[in-house]
Ligand binder design. Structure first.
Ligand code: KIV
Length: 290
């Protein structure tokens, strides 16, 4: 399988992909194995999402990850050298305290291996977007259910359900696009709102829980492969049951150990005969093959 805009996907290539007719594909990854799988699957973009907090690190929301955490995970993904564009999330409070700190944090993610960064919010984040773009770092926007606003929203709730709320999201998207973001994630909004946004901006919209009227789709890796099986939002389509497969594999290993079937001779290092003889173990352990 090949990415639609690879090899070596760039942020400008993603921006120019709008209107090409083939939806863009983005998947999250947080470490080398998940990044290798995502890239082998032919995605256009890998997002080192701050969802790492919930999916990998066991937190209840994304507010607990720091720029150090994100740089750590971004480095692991980037070291696999994927053809896909590596986008890293700026975590909560890493772009809220002023221009200098925002740019320094975005630069940390680039030095860790990201080619672009993503931040949440619309018009009130345009200064942050401008500051990062001034430092020559491509920025992806994120509107709708922005998980870093979970407490303001009163939970992980679909956004843009009223006419006013829908218009706010469209205005935010236009402001981000005017500022120069190369793409905008739309999370958990009604499909009509996603359509309005997609038709209103010249950069691609990447939906998650936003229906089909987007220029691309993103899902969390652990949801796609069935590693995250505790919650399943309506918009998740699961393509494998890796959590079940993994549990069954570990169960078989435990059974083999307890029944004395593991390790077998072929899974064991054997000493040479003269060594086992000198150890006084000749005949009571297996021999090395001649
Ligand atoms: O962190 C993340 O996984 C995200 C996606 C939901 C878009 O931001």
């Amino acid at each position: 399988m090949t990415a639609t805009v690879s090899p070596r996907v760039t942020a400008p290539a993603i921006a120019q992909h709008k209107g090409s007719g083939t939806p863009l594909v983005m998947v999250t990854a947080y470490d080398a194995p998940t990044a290798r799988c995502a890239d082998a699957g032919g995605v256009d973009m890998i997002l080192v999402g701050d969802s790492v907090a919930m999916v990998v690190l066991g937190y209840d929301d994304t507010l607990h990850v720091t720029i150090d955490d994100m740089a750590h995970h971004t480095g692991a993904v980037a070291r696999t050298n994927p053809a896909a564009l590596v986008v890293a999330d700026l975590p909560w409070m890493s772009y809220h305290l002023g221009r200098e700190e925002t740019v320094a944090n975005a630069a940390r993610l680039v030095r860790a291996g990201a080619t672009a960064v993503k931040l949440e919010g619309g018009r009130k984040r345009v200064d942050a977007v401008n500051a990062i773009l001034d430092a020559e770092i491509p920025v992806m926007g994120h509107l709708g259910l922005t998980p870093q606003s979970v407490h303001r929203f009163g939970g992980f709730r679909v956004q843009g359900k009223t006419l006013d709320a829908a218009r706010e999201i469209v205005d935010d998207a236009v402001a981000l696009a005017d500022a120069g973001v190369f793409a905008i994630v739309l999370e958990c909004v009604p499909d009509a709102v996603a359509r309005m946004v997609t038709d209103s901006v010249a950069v691609p919209t990447i939906g998650i829980g936003a229906g089909r009227h987007c220029d691309g789709q993103v899902l969390v890796y652990h949801d796609i492969v069935g590693f995250e099986d505790r919650v399943r939002p309506k918009f998740v389509r699961r393509y494998a049951d890796l959590a079940g497969d993994a549990a069954r594999a570990v169960e078989r290993f435990a059974d083999d150990v307890r029944a004395g079937r593991f390790p077998a001779s072929g899974e064991t290092y054997h000493a040479a005969d003269n060594v086992t003889e000198a150890l006084g173990l000749y005949g009571s352990v297996e021999h090395a093959p001649a």
